[in-house]
Design a protein around this ligand. Sequence first.
Ligand SMILES: CC(C)(COP(=O)(O)OP(=O)(O)OC[C@H]1O[C@@H](n2cnc3c(N)ncnc32)[C@H](O)[C@@H]1OP(=O)(O)O)[C@@H](O)C(=O)NCCC(=O)NCCS
Length: 189
Amino acid sequence: MKTYETEHFILRAPAESDLEDNYAIMRDYDNIKYLLTDAQSREQCLAYIRYTIRKNNEDPRNEYLFAAVLKGTQRVIGSCSLSLLDVRQGGLSGVVLHRDFRGKGYGGELVGFLLRLAFEELRLRRGISSCDTRNVASYRAMERHGMRREGHFLQGRLPSKREPGFFGDEYAYGMLREEYFERGNQQVQ
Ligand SMILES: CC(C)(COP(=O)(O)OP(=O)(O)OC[C@H]1O[C@@H](n2cnc3c(N)ncnc32)[C@H](O)[C@@H]1OP(=O)(O)O)[C@@H](O)C(=O)NCCC(=O)NCCS
């Protein structure tokens, strides 16, 4: 699988050797509190890494799942993914950073990378995503890259194991291909 580069990251396919870094992120409640998943055990992390390896190698490919390695280190400090939903749309998701590396602009950088992949390489018409309305860092990271809030779904989220019976509110975000290029981004040939 192709490897990509941003200012601070190498984005590459996840590997089983990422297990300890991945577990350090996913076992931590603070990292997953706005995700629908629960804190993960080491075994669950390994199973997920194996799932990502399988999905990345499917043909045709619908999932682009990345480990985010901080440049200058070998350390995986986050992840991000893009799912092809149909011929028009890609769903941006899975942007998660280790708590020690949040608030430095890195999450926004990963959103920017996913948009680049969606529009410049995969040439999609639309990129979409969603988040818990309490997750300010998540929606600000999307807004920084010009994603528009398209919906506010009251009680649109399913309860997680941590908040049983709580149907949280959700924001939906979207961006069109033309909106992406109107921001001065360039199409790669
Ligand atoms: C959501 C997440 C990926 C954002 O990444 P990040 O590196 O922390 O965010 P950035 O530093 O790029 O900041 C993005 C924006 O959010 C703001 N922000 C960052 N942390 C914030 C906080 N705790 N509260 C309010 N705003 C915050 C920043 O000021 C910035 O806004 P700006 O563009 O208007 O200046 C990261 O916080 C994370 O991994 N959270 C846990 C997992 C998660 O919830 N993922 C999202 C699932 S939808």
